[in-house]
Design a protein around this ligand. Structure first.
Ligand SMILES: Cc1ncc(COP(=O)(O)O)c(C=O)c1O
Length: 367
């Protein structure tokens, strides 16, 4: 008789693993290409590399690598608290902002509860929801973006969380402040609204929402942000959530004691001190979006206006075009798993990387 294997609950067995963008190493190995010749525009990373100040802070922090990190992130929370005018007790640090999304789901969702999100919204919302045995309610998109009226209409007595990505990945769509604020005010106060602002720093400052200020009026609002994108620290895994202290208390109860490593905390503090890096990243991104948009237009390819550091382009048989780009050493992201089988998502690269991509795309499309 063979021993029985452990059985995960059905809601776990039914999950599909998150598929990340291919790494440069994967592609170099699979296609026997020189890693240096490969351009990766697949994971909405900052193409500039970390600033010298950040590298220094990381190296300095390695001296204490035998110690556990500060599980409460005192120093980083102090800087964020001053910067954002919130109490440190309103900040939860995460191993990436992904961790904040997971902690929110873990603290607030039980099996059978409902969480609402938009079609074509960030893939972690359904994953975090279903991993708790909760039910994901996907609301059809309007113009590729969030249809907030329909999302409000989808609220039921079982709803516990509503996820909103602003800007949204992968569509790059953006809901203006007034509309968003009215939506948050319309959601019953016992439902947690998770406003995911991973790409906030790429927005023109004039377009940003005062979302952090809304928390005082709406204690059911959680705003998540990250150091992975405009701050350029994706490898270190660090993000944060801003929320009412009572909500933060719940997330802290379910989080790992040392969920954010010491190098990441040190790097984040250094990154916050370097406003110039973020400003330059935003400028580079704006120029890159324009460069890509012009390139798509020249090739007769439809692309969506984007408020993020990436853009969606409609290429027809996206699976084939993706493979043809890979064969030329250019990695982008197919988004069929987002219900967009004809589209590819391209992260904005350095100017010469964007040129490499556009040339490869012309070849892939036979134009
Ligand atoms: C909308 C959105 N939210 C959250 C994340 C998670 O990023 P991280 O965990 O690196 O902070 C991403 C990453 O791509 C994203 O696109």
């Amino acid at each position: 008789m063979t021993d029985a294997a452990p059985v995960a609950p059905a809601y776990v067995r039914e999950l599909a693993q998150y598929v990340p963008g291919k790494s440069i190493e994967d592609v170099a190995r699979d296609l026997h290409l020189d890693p240096k010749s490969i351009v990766k525009l697949a994971s909405n990373e900052n193409p500039r590399g970390p600033s010298p100040g950040v590298i220094q802070a990381i190296v300095a922090a390695t001296a204490e690598a035998t110690r556990y990190p500060d599980g409460n992130g005192f120093a980083l929370k102090s800087v964020l608290s001053q910067r954002l005018s919130v109490d440190p007790a309103q900040i939860v640090l995460g191993n990436g902002s992904n961790d904040i999304l997971e902690l929110a789901a873990q603290a607030y969702l039980r099996p059978g509860d409902e969480a609402i999100y938009s079609a074509h919204a960030f893939a972690v919302y359904p994953l975090a929801t279903r991993a708790r045995g909760a039910i994901g309610v996907e609301v059809p998109a309007r113009g590729f973006g969030h249809d907030l009226a329909q999302m409000r209409a989808a609220v039921t007595p079982q709803t516990r969380i509503v996820f909103v990505a602003n800007p949204n990945n992968p569509t790059g769509t953006f809901v203006p402040a007034e509309e968003l604020r009215a939506f948050i005010a319309s959601v019953p106060s016992e439902i947690l609204v998770v406003l995911d602002e991973a790409y906030n720093e790429y927005l023109d400052p004039a377009d940003r929402c005062d979302s952090v200020d809304w928390i005082a009026r709406h204690p059911n609002l959680l705003v998540s942000r990250t150091f992975s994108k405009a701050y350029g620290l994706a490898a270190l895994r660090i993000g944060y959530g801003l929320m009412d202290a009572g909500v933060a208390d719940m997330l802290n109860r379910v989080r790992q004691p040392f969920n954010v490593n010491a190098l990441a905390q040190a790097a984040a503090i250094a990154a916050l001190a370097d406003a110039d890096y973020v400003d330059k990243s935003r400028e580079l991104n704006r120029a890159g979006l324009a460069q890509l948009a012009a390139g798509f237009a020249a090739l007769g390819v439809v692309s969506l206006p984007s408020q993020g550091n990436f853009v969606l382009a409609k290429v027809g048989d996206a699976g084939t075009v993706y493979q043809r780009l890979l064969a030329q050493g250019v990695i982008v992201r197919p988004v069929a798993n987002y219900g967009l089988p004809e589209w590819l998502r391209i992260s904005v690269g350095l100017p010469d990387e964007n040129v490499r991509f556009l040339k490869a795309l012309a070849v892939a499309l036979g134009r």
